[in-house]
Design a protein around this ligand. Structure first.
Ligand code: SF4
Length: 332
């Protein structure tokens, strides 16, 4: 996934919207409306809420809490949180609440892998959105390989017809040994199958990869296999993030014991360079502008491939850390 934590919903500053003037007004109105005479509290969120950076302007509708997989060794997002699917009544209350906010163009269904919901739960939610909220042009969600592979092409087409316009697939790496080591729950073949399945029904596909997840020892295989698998999937978007080892995760324990060592800053960039240089896309926006990255890139492939590779090589050759995002400005 392409996570961007927006935190626990405790005050206005952590509400899950782009903190622009527009959304600030939008959310404050929603909050005031919600806490008015009826005594409601606006839309309800539980636990940690994350969304992809590109969904910053979307309404976040929480349909499940946590992640049904919750085993990836690098991920701390939902640790200790029990996965549950919200009841239809809870979700519809939020949908009706949001319908009072005015036209909403984009909705993102939270949490970690919303596509895991069975069709009998997902379809009524989408129908309710279409009934109550005006102006919706796209509904997005996180999908892991398992959740995609459980759906038939017909079911995915039905979800597309009901408004699902984009799915974010957390692949992290195309290397099978690393996928197994990080307990991702799928191998590279399944990643390709899941990605192609999404694309084949006409849902926009965004794939996340994780620089550094192979550590120093598997850095090269990680980059090369990821480029190969990305080429096979041929997604519409690729988002590269850089591993930040979070205390409390199994990966942190591995790092403490010396079994896992991150590449240095330029090592991450070498992986990025290889992933871009060795992959082939029909038409893909490749970004590394997430806050975890040392070098923000936003390039349309294949047209800007050579220029992008040249730029990354130039930064690596310079060994100039001032060309990189400073450590204090990095984050998840
Ligand atoms: S699938 Fe893995 S990375 Fe994504 S939320 Fe679940 S545990 Fe975290």
């Amino acid at each position: 996934m392409v996570p961007h934590k927006v935190g626990h919903i405790t005050n206005f500053c952590t509400l899950p919207f782009l903190w622009s003037y527009y959304t600030k007004v939008f959310v404050i109105i929603a909050f005031i409306k919600g806490t008015g005479g009826a005594g409601k509290l606006g839309m309800k969120y539980e636990g940690m809420i994350i969304r992809p950076p590109s969904e910053a302007r979307s309404l976040l509708l929480q349909i499940s809490v946590g992640c049904s997989h919750n085993r990836c060794t690098f991920c701390s997002t939902y640790k200790g949180e029990q996965f549950r699917i919200k009841t239809f009544e809870e979700i519809e209350e939020d949908i009706i609440e949001a319908s009072g906010y005015g036209p909403i163009e984009k909705i993102f269904l939270c949490d970690g892998d919303a596509l895991i919901l069975p069709m009998k739960k997902l379809v009524p939610i989408l129908e309710s959105i279409n009934t109550h909220i005006k102006g919706v042009q796209r509904i997005g969600l996180y999908a892991n390989a398992k959740s995609v592979l459980r759906k038939t092409p017909e079911e995915l087409a039905q979800l597309r017809d009901l408004g699902i316009g984009i799915a974010y697939l957390g692949m992290e790496t195309g290397n099978d040994d690393i996928l197994m080591a990080i307990d991702k729950g799928a191998n590279s073949r399944q990643m390709v199958e899941a990605g192609r399945k999404i694309k084949d029904v006409g849902i926009t596909l965004s794939v996340t990869v994780l620089l550094g997840i192979g550590g120093r020892t598997q850095s090269e295989e990680h980059a090369l296999d990821t480029a190969r698998v990305l080429t096979e999937i041929d997604p519409d978007y690729v988002g590269a993030l850089t591993v930040m080892v979070v205390p409390g995760t199994p990966l942190y324990e591995e790092q403490l014991s010396g079994r896992f060592e991150l590449p240095d800053q330029f090592g991450f960039l070498r992986e990025l360079e290889v992933m871009i240089a060795e992959s082939d896309f029909t038409d893909c926006l490749f970004t590394s502008n997430h806050a975890s990255n040392y070098l923000p890139i936003r390039a349309r492939m294949p047209h800007e491939k050579e220029e992008t590779v040249r730029l990354i090589r130039h930064v690596i050759a310079s060994s100039n850390k001032r060309m990189l995002r400073p450590e204090y400005m990095r984050g998840l």
